[in-house]
Ligand binder design. Sequence first.
Ligand code: ZN
Ligand code: ZN
Ligand code: ZN
Length: 247
Amino acid sequence: MKVTLLGTGDAIGTPKIGCKCPACLDALRGGRSRRLRFSVLVESDEDEGKVLIDTSPDLRWQLLKKDINSVDGVIWTHAHYDHYAGFGDFHRVQNHVDVYALKSTMDYILKYLYFLKPVRHDMEAFTPFEIAGMEFTLFIVNHPPTETVGVLVTNEYRRVIITSDTNLDIPDESMKLMSNADLMLADAIMPPQYNLNKHMNAKEAMDLAKNLCAKDLRLTHLSHLYPPHEIALKTWPLGHDMMEIVL
Ligand SMILES: [Zn+2]
Ligand SMILES: [Zn+2]
Ligand SMILES: [Zn+2]
């Protein structure tokens, strides 16, 4: 399968409007510190299909950059603006998009996007389902106060974990599911000197990946508080926008 990081920014994105910090200046100059909001594209082997995990407010540019005008499914991890608001960009592009989420997440998002008529699939955590030849399992993470799931994607050969927004206090049942991933994409909104109760920082995300024996790790959902990308990369395995990982 192929995983593309369409957007590796936090809710604000980098550059942050009005900010002149080193990362924002690098982003304004077109460097890799420039980060659109969070979306991940997962493509199955042999072009069977494409699934979007979250639909960021920047979705239009993300779809244009990847030349995508239809997907086989959209999975929403939680009902925060930076994870769903761009779904409106499917308006008059693709009808009847299949969307998957927990019921509470779905209720919230489809109220906001009432003018679209996606095909709704209310899912339960820990119950696998199939889209385009890949198996997906939602697992509960901890992103107070919003009910949030991470996503396990598997095919015959590979396991990919997308933590979504979470702190380290993840339930045991989820931790079991998250172990031995070939690739983990982990929320690491801040460098280690910061602590947030809704998100992991870079050290926490790296410790989590180590404890769960992830073979490869990319940090994502990154704020402008990191040093400029090329400098930060010397210390942390940051993802960048449009990064493609073939597994
Ligand atoms: Zn977020
Ligand atoms: Zn900044
Ligand atoms: Zn969130």
